[in-house]
Design a protein around this ligand. Structure first.
Ligand code: MG
Length: 278
């Protein structure tokens, strides 16, 4: 059982689970979200991940789905390419999601998450009903193994996402709340959105960013604490609402700067947690 408000990072296991989880440990956090390590989806890989988890004590709290052909270049491209929205790839991506969930189960992870793409806010749009149906299909397949399916926030308003979740009507449908995405997509305020989505929030990406300045473009991601999220007020509200799950740091750059920004984020979140008595 994870400690309350355990910090975490997003880790790619690549082909060396032990090295990856040792790296997570070196950042001073006890949990991680991972992407789907296709190269390790076999008996040897699953054994290696188990051994790496035992050796490092790192808990993998979520396996994240992503799909071939997705691009986050600008809003129109996200709309056309991401998640379960594009009709041409929907069936194959649902199948892949189920495969990832099966793998997650093998490595003892009960939470699978994804950007499913822009769900239309308008229910009468032809895309809306099929999105409800495929999400039901995924939730039902995961429920058999006691897994939850978490939707990454940002591509809808909080109220739009709430209505969608209510329409899907599955108890194991949850929300992975990413406050920066709300801002980067110019869709909603990350603090008031907590009030709307709290009943379903079971995980977090601690990420920051600035509002878009150009029509059709995403805003700019920043190191945690430097963007428009208002991290202190956001975390305060989250704790007031009773959230005690993991706080998983996301920084979508690579290299040394990413590591430095993550270490700074760890220190920042630890300080805020202490300030708020946790
Ligand atoms: Mg995220």
């Amino acid at each position: 059982m994870t400690q309350e408000l355990a910090l975490g990072v997003i880790a790619g296991l690549g082909t060396d689970a032990l090295a990856a989880l040792q790296h997570v440990r070196s950042l001073g956090v006890p949990t991680a979200h991972i992407g789907y390590p296709a190269a390790m989806d076999n008996e040897a890989g699953v054994g290696e991940i188990e051994a790496a988890r035992r050796a490092t004590g790192i808990e993998i709290t979520t396996v994240f789905c992503s799909f071939v052909g997705e691009s986050y270049a600008d809003i129109a491209t996200v709309r056309a390419s991401v998640g379960l929205v594009p009709e041409a790839t929907r069936a194959i991506r649902v199948k892949k999601t189920l495969k990832i969930a099966e793998f997650a189960h093998k490595i003892g992870v009960a939470r699978v998450a994804a950007h499913i793409g822009f769900v239309p806010e308008d229910h009468s749009k032809p895309l809306y009903a099929p999105m409800v149906q495929v999400t039901q299909q995924i939730c039902d397949a995961l429920a058999v193994r006691g897994q939850v399916f978490a939707l990454e926030t940002g591509q809808e308003t909080a109220h739009g996402l709430k209505r969608f979740i209510e329409d899907v009507e599955r108890k194991n449908l949850k929300v992975n709340f990413d406050p920066a995405n709300m801002i980067l997509y110019g869709n909603d305020q990350p603090i008031s959105a907590l009030d709307v989505l709290m009943p379903w929030i079971d995980g977090m990406h601690c990420k920051d960013g600035r509002w878009p300045t150009q029509e059709g473009q995403l805003g700019e991601e920043t190191p945690l604490g430097d963007g428009d999220v208002d991290l202190r007020a956001w975390l305060k509200r989250l704790l007031e609402l009773g959230y005690r799950g993991p706080l998983t740091i996301e920084r979508e750059i690579s290299g040394d700067q990413q590591q430095q920004d993550i270490l700074r984020a760890v220190a920042l979140l630890e300080a805020l947690r202490r300030d708020f008595g946790h």
